[in-house]
Ligand binder design. Structure first.
Ligand code: HEC
Length: 250
């Protein structure tokens, strides 16, 4: 057995080793140097994985990962006082911290829903038209252009409920001509738009304060439109009548 192994080594390795012996000296030395140098990257990687360093990592592809910026308490020579952290501009109020005029911002006066429009608001036809535009954009999809609670979203949601689309449930938007809503003070309507009510979400972050008041005005106009007294309109006699005294509906 031992002989067999020796035989195999002699047959296979001998010619190879003999060849090596014949190689020029410079090739042998180059091979030794290259082999040793090849271990250097491995050694560096091993060191990088175990040693600690206070330098940032080597980061070849930056991808905007590092950008110049000021962090807390740093010095910034741009300002006279040298502080990068700027004090608040005097009078600044956090978005959620607004108290100020509760009538204008919250629709509340003396702890009750305001029944009048705030003094910043000029109630005129411009505001009414603005309110109509905003209502048609933000409210009509659910409440319908006439405010009867029959917007397209309502119809579509009903369809989904009827066809049993998984998990659809729907609370109908209110008919804004209901007596209970007609009786609500403007401040309460303003609050409903701002903060939402039950399943309806609020629009305070999407619609400006003045526009919310404009929508309130338009809602009031919509409600009035459904049961206005002819005497409120000038030259009412010339208008088509529904009343019995005229005897016809057109
Ligand atoms: C995504 C649909 C949707 C939109 C858009 C919507 N509402 Fe509503 N609204 C509802 C629903 C639903 C209710 C009834 C909520 C409930 O009873 O849970 C409701 C209720 C109301 C009420 C009755 C509040 C009360 O006291 O009962 C008012 C007033 C109202 N909405 C005004 C508006 C106005 C004004 C807008 C536009 C700024 C608007 N809504 C936009 C769905 C909507």
């Amino acid at each position: 057995m031992g002989n067999l192994i020796k035989q195999i080594i002699d047959d296979l390795a001998k010619p190879f080793l003999d060849d090596l012996k014949d190689l020029p000296l410079w090739i042998k030395w180059s091979a030794i140097v290259i082999t040793c140098a090849a271990t250097i990257p491995l050694a560096l990687i091993f060191r990088a994985r175990t040693a600690f360093s206070d330098k940032p990592r080597i980061h070849f592809i930056q991808n905007m990962d590092n950008q110049p910026k000021y962090v807390s308490q740093e010095v910034n020579a741009l300002f006279l006082d040298g502080r990068a952290m700027r004090p608040r501009v005097e009078g600044t109020i956090a978005r959620s911290g607004m108290v100020g005029d509760t009538h204008y911002f919250m629709g509340v006066g003396d702890g009750e829903w305001a029944t009048t429009y705030p003094s910043f608001i000029t109630v005129d036809s411009d505001l009414l038209l603005r309110g109509q535009g905003r209502f048609n954009i933000y409210c009509s999809p659910c409440h319908g252009a006439g405010g009867f609670g029959d917007g397209l979203i309502h119809h579509r949601a009903n369809q989904l409920v009827e066809t049993g689309v998984n998990g659809t449930s729907w609370v109908a938007p209110k008919n804004l001509h209901e007596d209970a809503i007609k009786a609500q003070p403007v401040g309460q309507l303003f609050n409903t738009i701002t903060n939402g009510v039950r399943t309806m979400s609020g629009y305070g972050s999407q619609i400006t304060t003045e526009d919310r008041w404009a929508i309130v005005l338009y809602m009031k106009a919509l409600q009035l439109s459904q049961d206005a007294d002819p005497s409120m309109v000038s030259n009412a006699e010339s208008l088509p009548r529904k009343s019995a005294s005229e005897g016809s509906s057109e």
